[in-house]
Design a protein around this ligand. Structure first.
Ligand SMILES: [Zn+2]
Ligand SMILES: [Zn+2]
Ligand SMILES: [Zn+2]
Length: 375
């Protein structure tokens, strides 16, 4: 409807009254206006839409750093946004609830869901959905969908994890919120506490179905030609770690970024079989020469492996239980250069910039090199 705005004299009062009438009655229309978002995991088995009232946009993203989220995603934190009450997942056939595995544990009030085929964490449901924000590629061009709002439970890991790397996205300062819980209470969800005296590093998903130990680079390995480019000349006791914004990693983990430490496979106990399937692990191949391994019980991303580097496995750092925290700096030299930034920029430019700039600043302050394989 268009209004004639050329009012004069007494008609002005009619115009004002009419405008008030339209505003009042259009409020019900405004409430009904909505935006439909489309989500899909890497393998597309889980494929659905959610329809959000526009007044609920942007959806507020919180990065949850609690150990439950880290150990069940295999990522440095979860990237979650609560959906408004009553918003349901509308599956696109042939997708459906039967394509997901549910996971619920003693410390949780919500039930988590992940793709049974590729392991992608989809979200959790209690009385309403909290959704993973990394799986909405169909809407990546759209403005005003997301707002990076808060770092939740940053004290869960002693080093604060990504909380120490960036505190603002798109110029918006994020809140930090420990929900009044002590670090001990937050850490209480750990089924196995890190042991500072332990010689090896424990990696274990949340349900403990996948569990293994990582040793430091051996003298023999350091002296061998295989170690070239795989350990840092600046500290040969440590493995190399990096943040990865790649689309495949984002869509199999359900987290907007994942971190990996590259380890020579013969330094892992128990000895890994060729298919890397230990305990409750399942495999998914996003490309011909890449194998991604996740826990079939809790959904945590565990390994990435490329045929181009057969002796090396990339361990998802979210399941690594280093006493010093999520960045495991006593075990890793970090690349301050983030991997595959072009994928991250294409998906969510503001977050990708915050992370890439944050890693350079964080790394420079701690003496990590840009590319530790060359340092
Ligand atoms: Zn999938
Ligand atoms: Zn959490
Ligand atoms: Zn598990």
């Amino acid at each position: 409807m268009t209004l004639n705005t050329n009012f004069c004299g007494p008609c002005t009062f009619i115009h004002i009254a009419l405008t008030r009438f339209l505003l009042h009655h259009s409020s019900s229309f405004v409430r009904m206006a909505s935006k439909t978002l489309t989500a899909s995991c890497r393998c597309n088995s889980v494929h659905f839409t959610v329809t959000i009232p526009t007044e609920a946009l942007p959806l507020k993203i919180h990065l949850c750093h609690c150990s439950i989220c880290r150990y069940s995603h295999g990522a440095p934190c979860a990237f979650h946004a609560p959906l408004p009450p009553g918003v349901e997942l509308q599956f696109i056939v042939p997708s459906g609830y039967d394509k997901m595995t549910s996971y619920r544990h003693a410390a949780s009030v919500a039930t988590g869901y992940f793709c049974s085929t590729c392991g992608c964490q989809i979200g959790g449901f209690e009385s309403q959905w909290t959704i993973s924000t990394s799986i909405f590629d169909a809407n990546r061009e759209d403005e005003g969908i997301w707002k990076f709002n808060a770092h939740m439970l940053p004290d869960s890991a002693p080093d604060g994890g990504l909380t120490a790397v960036f505190s603002a996205v798109d110029g918006h300062q994020m809140e930090t919120e420990n929900l009044g819980l002590s670090p001990q209470a937050i850490a209480g969800s750990d089924s196995k506490r890190p042991d500072r005296e332990s010689k090896d590093l424990l990696a274990q998903c949340h349900c403990t179905g996948v569990s293994f130990l990582i040793a430091r680079p051996s003298e023999e390995f350091i002296a061998s030609p295989q170690s070239k480019g795989l350990i840092s000349p600046s500290d040969k006791r440590k493995w190399l770690a990096r943040m990865d914004l790649g689309d495949d990693s984002r869509l199999v983990s359900g987290a907007n970024v994942i971190s990996w430490m590259s380890v020579s496979a013969d330094h892992i106990t128990p000895r890994l079989p060729k298919d890397l399937l230990i305990g409750s692990a399942k495999a998914y191949c996003p490309t011909k020469d890449t194998l991604l391994v996740f826990c079939g019980t809790c959904g945590a991303t565990v390994f990435s492996h490329s045929e181009k580097r057969p002796e090396i496995v990339d361990v998802a750092m979210g399941i690594v239980r280093a006493p010093e925290g999520a960045m495991a700096e006593d075990w890793n030299v970090w690349a301050t250069k983030v991997s595959r930034p072009e994928n991250g920029i294409r998906y969510q430019a503001g977050f990708a910039r915050a992370l890439t700039e944050g890693m350079q600043r964080w790394g420079a302050e701690r003496g990590h090199p840009q590319d530790p394989g060359l340092a």
